[in-house]
Design a protein around this ligand. Structure first.
Ligand code: NAD
Length: 420
């Protein structure tokens, strides 16, 4: 556990926790309990590849804090996955769920793998073996996984099926983000990006800034979060001038043909090949002269090195931890308004919560109900963060942690410590 602190994302999460704790005078006993995860599991995941050989991958599931309810958090398939990254992301989930008032705790899981190098059959075997290895730690009342980078509704369907085979009956509530045909919720697929776009609107209203056809937006990471965020920001009237994926991106200061970019990406092609004359690198995209930047790919892409060159007025953290702690300080000092990740990308866990509730009740809601509940929960959380931002005179990242900690610390205090 000690080497968790060697990881930058973990250091940043602890750094944010400590500065928020100090600003709000948090009971040091509560702070101490939040520094480390409640429970973590490392598993080996051996699978037979299509060529007949056996390859073993490393997988993880970490539960950071479950004071307010069962653990909730995605499963990531990515080469950078390790215990420390998973633990940091689990911690962020604790604060995200607390911030938006869900009766859920924080967890995260993943496998160190590049899913693009595996066939569909190999991915299915990997998911099923991983689900089997961590099955003692998950369940609809214990810990409920969801998709994250490199995983999707199909992954969740395999996970659900494996868990249900082990139980002997179908357990839809074991995962969220699953396909509608096996109990998924309307609106879940777009919910994180939709939430990002709602938060940008709240931020623009707060700053008295009118989003219109002159508002330029760059989206770094055109995936499950980035695509719906771009689509909804365009629907609000903004101009999407740049989008990127792992291969690089495309930029047109007059606005891209968003529909074309979405279809290109959905057909599995890389954006670097979309318009050869409009190609830019991911690094260049982050520094474009835009009004709104949505980093929605991976963590740590804005650092103390490139932060001084970021020009966006509103930075909406679609990804988890896309700005390092130093970068947050630099961008805030330079006048940017940062919508912190635990607020900005909370739309996904909010609709995951709706999906879980619908699954437990076997009663399903329509899309308008989902989106209007999503809007009101995020608006209340945004207003709460602004209140902390103004009351404690701290930046938005710290304000979000304070708002989350107020709720979490109260719950930890009244539950007390076991044994007493
Ligand atoms: P995704 O795999 O669907 O999309 C990720 C996008 O980023 C893809 O376009 C990919 O090509 C690109 N990308 C990957 N590595 C990159 C790199 N090194 N440089 C530039 N681009 C890169 O994943 P997603 O679900 O959209 O998740 C994106 C981020 O949002 C992650 O940080 C994730 O933890 C966070 N998040 C996702 C959800 C959700 O509901 N999917 C919810 C909350 C937070």
């Amino acid at each position: 556990m000690d080497n968790l602190l060697d990881n930058v994302l973990y250091q940043d999460a602890i750094g944010q926790l400590e500065s928020a704790a100090s600003a709000m005078n948090l009971d040091p006993n509560i702070l101490d309990r939040l520094r480390y995860p409640k429970r973590s599991l490392t598993v080996s995941v051996p699978i037979r590849l299509d060529d007949g050989t056996v390859k073993t991958f490393l997988g993880y599931r970490v539960q950071h804090n479950m004071t307010i309810g069962p653990g909730k958090g995605g499963i990531r398939f990515h080469p950078n996955v390790d215990l420390a990254e998973t633990a940091a992301l689990a911690m962020l989930m604790t604060f995200k769920c607390a911030l938006v008032g869900l009766p859920l705790g924080g967890a995260k899981g993943g496998i160190k793998v590049d899913p693009r190098e595996l066939s569909r059959q190999e991915l299915q075997a990997l998911t099923r073996r991983y689900a089997t290895e961590i099955n003692m730690m998950v369940g609809p009342t214990v810990d409920i996984p969801a998709p994250d980078i490199g995983t999707d509704g199909q992954t969740m369907a395999w996970f659900l099926d494996t868990y249900s085979q082990l139980k002997g009956y179908t357990v839809p509530g074991v995962v969220t983000g699953k396909p509608i045909s096996v109990g998924g919720s309307l609106g879940r697929a777009e919910s994180t990006g939709k939430g990002v776009a709602f938060c940008v609107k709240f931020a623009a209203d707060y700053l008295n800034y009118k989003i219109n056809e002159n508002t330029k937006v760059a989206v770094h990471g055109f995936g499950k979060v980035g695509v719906p965020a771009a689509v909804d920001l365009a629907a609000q009237g903004a101009k999407i001038v740049a989008v990127s994926d792992v291969s690089g991106g495309v930029y047109d200061p007059n606005g891209l043909n968003l529909q074309e970019a979405v279809e290109w990406t959905k057909s599995g092609k890389l954006l670097a090949d979309l318009y050869p004359d409009k190609k830019i690198s991911n690094e260049e995209l982050l520094e474009l002269d835009v009004d709104i930047l949505v980093p929605a790919a991976i963590d740590g892409v804005v650092t103390k090195e490139n932060a001084p060159r970021v020009k966006a007025k509103i930075i909406a953290e679609g990804a988890n931890g896309p700005l390092t702690k130093d970068a947050v300080e630099i961008c805030t000092k330079n006048g940017a308004f940062i919508i912190p990740d635990i607020l900005c990308n909370a739309g996904g866990v909010i609709v995951s919560y709706f999906e879980w509730v619908q699954g437990l009740q076997n009663f399903f809601w329509d899309l308008d109900q989902i989106n209007s509940k999503l809007y009101s929960i995020l608006k209340e959380a945004f207003d709460n963060v602004i209140k902390c931002h103004e009351t404690y005179k701290v930046d938005m990242k710290q304000a979000a942690f304070i708002a989350a900690l107020q709720r979490l610390a109260n719950a930890m205090r009244v539950r007390g410590l076991f044994p007493a």
